[in-house]
Design a binder for this molecule. Structure first.
Ligand SMILES: NC(=O)C1=CN([C@@H]2O[C@H](COP(=O)(O)OP(=O)(O)OC[C@H]3O[C@@H](n4cnc5c(N)ncnc54)[C@H](OP(=O)(O)O)[C@@H]3O)[C@@H](O)[C@H]2O)C=CC1
Ligand SMILES: O=C(O)[C@@H]1CCC=N1
Length: 265
């Protein structure tokens, strides 16, 4: 996700890779960043010192340990005045602020991005921490709005939003794959079936966003009386597709909340 954010912002010309500092204790992960022209380090503390804006992009269970290694360096006082942008699922602003309070004048923004930003069609929300400045929020908005849709939101919504927009791409890929599978089953070549399935999902999504019509109306416009589409819709409804998709969103949102709690243990 870190690379998706960086590439998306770079694509719009807001940054150069020479301005990007990346760290991971595992040097094998850094090769691809180095090839892009980023400054790479195996010590997170060095990046925390050098960068003004620090994206926290590790898995939730890694965070506490990673922050601990930064805060234990003898020159910790040099890590100050930083804007931390967390993209971690589940980890609350309160917990982030508590963890990062070791660094003087640190501010936190919690962000939930998604990978389609790589195609310029991201859907990102962000929640300001208690000490962020208007300038910080302008920076966050400026960096993220070039990656697609981007808006500020109260934190209590972020797990639900993340289940829809951050996990959602995986759910949609699964649907596209299944649509393609159906085409293959009915005799289409895979490449053609996948291209048609993906373009269809793209077109249908644009219809929802651009016509302002209810999804039910758009669906009805496709379903001819006694026709092929309603036969397919019947099969989907018999399979419980709506309930299954809602269950998927619920499972993802509940898991995000659980990840936040587990990290505190
Ligand atoms: N993937 C997505 O679509 C989205 C992800 N997120 C959030 O983004 C975060 C990262 O997810 P994702 O990019 O998928 O995961 P990845 O595993 O791809 O990225 C995490 C990276 O952190 C590295 N890492 C591990 N330990 C440390 C450490 N101590 N210090 C610095 N770097 C370390 C990992 O190295 P190694 O691989 O060697 O362990 C890996 O390169 C998660 O918290 C997730 O909730 C949010 C929205 C969407
Ligand atoms: O699956 C995950 O936990 C991450 C967060 C949202 C999308 N991917």
């Amino acid at each position: 996700m870190a690379k998706a954010i960086c590439k998306s912002i770079k694509k719009k010309g807001l940054i150069e890779y020479s301005q990007v500092y990346v760290s991971s204790p595992f040097s094998k992960n850094l090769d691809s960043w180095e090839k892009l022209g980023a400054n790479v380090f195996t010590d997170n503390a060095v990046v925390a010192k050098e960068a003004d804006i620090i994206f926290l992009a590790v898995k939730p269970h890694i965070l506490q340990g990673a922050v601990k290694t930064i805060s234990e360096v003898p020159w910790r006082s040099q890590i100050k005045d930083k804007l931390f942008i967390s993209i971690l699922a589940g980890i609350t602003i309160a917990d982030l602020e508590q963890m990062l309070s070791k660094f003087d004048r640190s501010r936190v923004v919690r962000v939930m991005p998604n990978t389609p930003m790589l195609a310029g069609e991201g859907c990102t929300v962000y929640c300001p921490g208690s000490t962020v400045t208007t300038e910080d929020l302008n920076v966050v908005q400026t960096l993220l709005e070039v990656t697609g849709m981007c808006q500020v939101l109260p934190e209590h919504m972020i797990n639900a939003v993340g289940a829809v927009s951050a996990s959602g791409p995986a759910f949609v890929y699964l649907f596209i794959e299944a649509l393609s599978d159906g085409g293959v089953r009915m005799g289409l070549h895979r490449e053609m079936a996948t291209r048609f399935a993906a373009q269809t999902v793209l077109g249908a999504a644009k219809m929802v966003l651009e016509t302002n019509k209810h999804m039910g109306t758009l669906k009805d416009e496709v379903c001819s009386a006694g026709g092929q589409t309603i036969a397919g819709i019947h099969a989907l409804e018999r399979g419980g597709v709506r309930g299954v998709v809602m269950d998927a969103v619920e499972a993802a949102a509940l898991k995000a909340a659980e990840l936040g709690k587990l990290t505190k243990k």
